[in-house]
Design a protein around this ligand. Structure first.
Ligand code: KIV
Ligand code: NA
Length: 264
């Protein structure tokens, strides 16, 4: 199967079609999603929470992102693989942003990078784009700024809708091939999608964006407890894995595993 490229996503928008994106951090999940036809795999810095157990996305390093990203490119054949630039790897300057993006392209062989921020990061997006690296923007709620934004809150309500639109337009003008919106009212996100030529992606942004993205552990029900309102659980992996682990332990304690067929 030939690789999905950024121009295929642009064509999808032109044709009034949607595309699906999901996070992946390792080769098996990358391979399963790839085979299922998911168009875009995101090596999210949400690996900080979902793999490494941190409370926020802030502690994950560029080295760690390179490692997860390499696993995802190794495990997939068709999907476009986008890797997040983690906190601290691009904010300092457009030059730092290019250096970090180059590492993800070169050492992990991803196909594009994503960074958080609006108009103030247009220069960073422009610099990376000029280096020949496709960039996806990320506006609305930006988890790397959660301390400045006062926690997980919907962005762009009421008069603030204009700021989200201006951020998205600035990132598009800087050369981004797509703009992701997180936790933005559906109406605002739909307006942004109409205003932009490039395809948009939404999470907690309603059905009016070109594509949708979810964190795979949320989508497949691996986590415990409450999930955000914007998550739809397509499986209950936690109970499947937990049931299997209990059955395995019961067999081991009972001496019924391994059986003769598992032994030499
Ligand atoms: O890191 C991440 O998972 C993201 C999302 C948009 C879900 O950036
Ligand atoms: Na992210």
């Amino acid at each position: 199967p030939s690789r999905i490229r950024t121009h295929h996503l642009a064509k999808a928008k032109e044709a009034g079609q949607r595309f699906a994106m999901v996070t992946a951090y390792d080769q098996y999940m990358a391979g399963i999603f790839d085979e299922a036809g998911i168009e875009v795999l995101l090596v999210g810095d949400s690996a900080a929470n979902n793999v490494l157990g941190h409370e926020t996305t802030l502690p994950i390093t560029l080295d760690e992102m390179v490692m997860f990203s390499r696993a995802v490119t190794a495990g997939s054949r068709r999907a476009l693989v986008v890797a997040d630039l983690p906190f601290g790897s691009y904010q300092v300057s457009p030059g730092q942003a290019v250096e970090s993006a180059v590492r993800l392209m070169k050492e992990a062989r991803v196909h594009a990078v994503k960074l958080e921020g609006g108009a103030h990061f247009a220069d960073h997006v422009r610099a990376i784009t000029r280096a020949g690296i496709p960039v996806m923007g990320h506006v609305g709620f930006t988890p790397q700024s959660e301390h400045a934004l006062g926690g997980y809150r919907v962005q762009g309500r009421g008069a603030a809708a204009r700021a989200v639109l201006e951020d998205a337009l600035a990132i598009e003008a800087a050369g981004a091939f797509s703009v992701l919106m997180e936790m933005v009212p559906a109406e605002t996100a739909a307006e942004v999608d109409r205003a932009l030529k490039v395809p948009t992606v939404g999470i907690g942004a309603g059905a009016g964006t070109t594509g949708q993205v979810l964190v795979w552990q949320d989508m497949l029900g691996l986590g415990q407890g409450k999930v955000p309102r914007f998550v739809k659980r397509y499986a209950d992996l936690r109970s499947i894995v937990s049931g299997a682990a209990r059955a395995y332990r019961d067999d081991v304690l009972a001496g019924t595993f391994p059986g003769a067929e598992h032994s030499f």
